[in-house]
Design a protein around this ligand. Structure first.
Ligand code: ZN
Length: 155
């Protein structure tokens, strides 16, 4: 059975029937929300004011994205893993495609462009995806996410 994220109003981790928020959400959906730069808990978008600036809290459920001190080290690690994997794939693909006539200049340019562009492009997703992984590993504490926040503001 896949792991689920079940933030509840009572914070016990037990879904309290009708109105539970957001209800059991599968691991795949939580990770997909993170990858797509959405809140892993409620799925709200527009979390970034600029490409590199993440809001402190989710506008939908009020989840504080930096859940603990040092939270973003995980995002840094995730971005590093993705960037080095992309660099590895690009270098190996270039070597395979150029075989047997290697073009070291072209390979260096492709590698440097990959090493610079991928971490910058993946940066926002690394933050929301790391928060998704963190939520999956360390379930929400009571009161960490407030499903009623947007509705209260409208009243
Ligand atoms: Zn949210």
């Amino acid at each position: 059975m896949p792991a689920t994220v079940e933030p509840t109003k009572n914070g016990t981790g037990v879904v309290d029937g009708a109105g539970a928020y957001p209800g059991p959400v599968g691991t795949g959906r939580v990770l997909a929300r993170g990858l797509l730069r959405r809140c892993p808990v409620c799925g709200s978008g527009s979390l970034f004011t600029r490409w590199f600036v993440l809001a402190e809290r989710c506008p939908g459920c009020r989840l504080r994205f930096q859940r603990i001190e040092g939270h973003w080290l995980g995002a840094l690690g995730l971005n590093t893993i993705v960037s080095f994997t992309a660099l590895f794939v690009v270098v190996v693909a270039s070597l395979v495609l150029d075989h047997p006539d290697y073009h070291s200049g072209r390979l260096a340019v492709v590698a440097v462009v990959t090493a610079v562009v991928v971490p910058l492009v993946f940066y926002p997703s690394s933050k929301t995806m790391w928060t998704a992984i963190d939520v999956l590993m360390r379930p929400l504490e009571p009161g960490e996410a407030d499903p009623e926040a947007p509705r209260r503001q409208r009243r």
